[in-house]
Design a protein around this ligand. Structure first.
Ligand SMILES: [Fe+2]
Length: 461
């Protein structure tokens, strides 16, 4: 935007060089999105990121900042400062070589817990001065009896729909709504990406995954620069246990590059080295993030991961994840415990087909392996079971546990009663806003227009 800001833009705090409202709403467009180098007033080439910062693995003392360089070989530096206090930028390590098109990851350390930081990414082409190409802020992992806000999103199916389409506008609106909440982090409940063959066929190359994750990163960018992301594996992520391991691994490699998650070493709670299940605490709450897809094994010779769900017992967390879950919950003395998963480890929906597809949320509390998960949640005092997959807002209590589905943020299919079996639900798009205080945790369902359409609260154990 190389023009003088209008009065209205100045009122909104936007000046020349900032994002236009249009670019904010539709993801980052123009030179930044295309990765085209721009030129500084002095005439030097300023390298551009093809993917803006994506924050992940927030701990009490560190944060992962992931960017992807544009088409110019460059030198990159990340600088950081505490948001409060003197403006003294410090470099997070030595300057890095950033070859064209390559990812750069900074694992920024030596931070203080529960503290807000500003950061900036500086880049330079060969022989030029470093210039800022991206900025953001974050808060490190909070400890103890403190309050915070987090966000839950589900099912954008990014990669299935072209830019400018209705589903993409939904995603952009929800990203903007979540960003307004200034959450400490977002948990994306799965089917975050999807492409034509990702559900029903083993992937033989990583083209579809790269396309979908690139699009996800671009549309998430207004949020991801200042909000750490925790992702889940849904049935469209291309990582079903019903495809050969090498095909799932091909896609998992792309996911770990574009949307890194915690691994087994990030938090004391551990998890999987493949970054597909993990647990962490934030203030008084424990979050356990599960993977219902990748450890469910084939039950027969059928070719499609979807058709292959011939028995309810096919849905399983697998022995390792199941006993890990039990260990994490048993060891937790957190006042709040939340479990997140793409869909229950079973199903009980409007038809036999949909039941086998894992639909029905709370209706599946006594079905298949979900019965064991549900019993475990009762025993260890889990208050909320967050899930996605069914694309509507739902809140139902089973044995004191809220089964909460925070809508969807892009999937255009709003499944009705005949599919899900739900009696009360909200067929709108939107997200879940989770506000935790030491004495109460509140979940608000926020629709695409930004209105709260339902809320509930749970008390600490
Ligand atoms: Fe799904």
């Amino acid at each position: 935007m190389n023009r003088k800001p209008t009065g209205w833009e100045r009122t909104m705090g936007w000046g020349a060089g900032d994002l236009s409202r249009k670019s904010f709403l539709t993801g980052l467009t123009g030179a930044a999105a295309l990765g085209i180098p721009r030129y500084a007033p002095g005439g030097q080439v300023v390298p551009t990121l093809s993917l803006l910062p994506f924050l992940a693995r927030p701990t009490t003392e560190s944060m992962l900042v992931n960017v992807r360089n544009g088409p110019v070989d460059a030198t990159a530096r990340l600088e950081i400062k505490a948001s409060l206090g003197p403006t003294v930028w410090g470099a997070a390590g030595a300057d890095r070589s950033a070859p064209a098109g390559e990812f750069v990851n900074w694992n920024v350390g030596d931070l203080a817990a529960g503290t807000a930081y500003d950061y900036r990414v500086l880049m330079a082409a060969s022989g030029e001065d470093l210039l800022s190409v991206a900025t953001g802020r974050f808060t490190t992992q909070r400890v103890g009896e403190v309050a915070f806000t987090a966000a839950l999103t589900a099912d954008p199916h990014t990669g299935s729909f072209p830019d400018g389409s209705g589903p993409i506008r939904v995603l952009d609106d929800v990203v903007r709504n979540v960003q307004r909440d200034r959450p400490d982090f977002v948990i994306a409940l799965g089917d975050n990406v999807a492409w034509a063959t990702s559900r029903d066929y083993p992937q033989v190359d990583d083209f579809g995954a790269r396309f979908a994750y690139t699009m996800y990163r671009r549309h998430l960018a207004p949020l991801s620069v200042s909000c750490p992301h925790f992702g889940l594996i849904g049935n469209w992520e291309g990582e079903s246990g019903k495809v050969p391991a090498e095909n799932a691994a091909l896609v998992a490699n792309v996911r770990r590059q574009f949307a890194p998650n915690p691994d087994h070493l990030t938090y004391p709670q551990g998890g999987s080295a493949n970054e597909d299940y993990y647990a962490f605490d934030w203030g008084p709450a424990l979050f356990v993030v599960l993977n219902v897809q990748s450890y469910s094994a084939p039950s027969g010779p059928r070719s499609s991961p979807m058709d292959d769900v011939a028995l309810m017992e096919d849905w399983t967390l697998g022995g390792a994840q199941f006993s890990w879950l039990e260990g994490v919950l048993a060891a937790s003395d957190h006042p709040f415990k939340f479990v997140c998963i793409h869909h229950p480890v079973g199903g009980n929906a409007g038809t036999q087909f949909e039941t086998l597809y894992g639909r029905g949320g709370p209706r599946a509390a006594t079905v298949g392996e979900q019965r064991l998960v549900h019993e475990m949640m009762r025993e260890f005092g889990v208050q909320i079971f967050f899930f996605g997959h069914d694309h509507v807002f739902l809140d139902e209590v089973v044995d004191g546990i809220h089964y909460a589905l925070p809508g969807s943020c892009g999937a255009p299919w709003k499944f009705g009663r005949e599919v899900t079996g739900y009696q009360r639900y909200w067929p709108e798009s939107g997200h879940g806003r989770l506000t935790v205080r030491p004495d109460l945790a509140t979940v608000e369902f926020v629709n695409q227009a930004g209105w709260v359409i339902h809320q509930f609260a749970v008390e600490p154990a």
